[in-house]
Design a protein. Structure first.
Length: 144
């Protein structure tokens, strides 16, 4: 029986969609994808899309429900974000699989040195459930 998958990604430049497809689904032929795209206000050279398979401690970063309570994975993800915001000169946007996981990430990062490391380079603005109001957002911040 055929299996249907939907990957809905917003705010990517068209050339980044193909790059992300290759990173996430390297064995799936391009003709199996249906892509809808429209213009974007951010120029294509201002995007970098990454799928990060492992953190700096070598752990596989995965967010399956059964692994969401694993502090070591959340810590490695936080260390990854801290490393990225240190070297990316402008704004950074991180997507999480759910608001619950976003809250877990923020709480865990705040309980460790990762939060201070992230805040050293970017001001963090996190989406709230059911609306994404940004307070005092800056183009050099970290949006999660």
């Amino acid at each position: 029986m055929p299996k249907a998958n939907l990957l809905c990604v917003c705010a990517l430049a068209p050339h980044q969609v193909a790059h992300l497809q290759q990173q996430l689904f390297p064995t799936v032929p391009a003709e199996r994808f249906a892509v809808f795209e429209c213009g974007h206000v951010v120029p294509p050279d201002a995007f970098l899309t990454l799928a990060v398979p492992r953190g700096p401690n070598g752990l596989r970063i995965h967010t399956e429900f059964q692994e969401r309570g694993n502090d070591a994975i959340v810590d490695d993800l936080a260390a990854t974000v801290a490393a990225l915001v240190r070297v990316i000169p402008a704004g950074v946007v991180c997507f999480f699989p759910s608001f619950a996981y976003l809250q877990r990430f923020v709480a865990r990062a705040q309980a460790t040195a990762a939060w201070a490391a992230i805040q050293r380079y970017k001001r963090v603005r996190a989406a709230r459930r059911w609306h994404a109001a940004w307070v005092d957002a800056a183009p050099t911040g970290l949006a999660v």
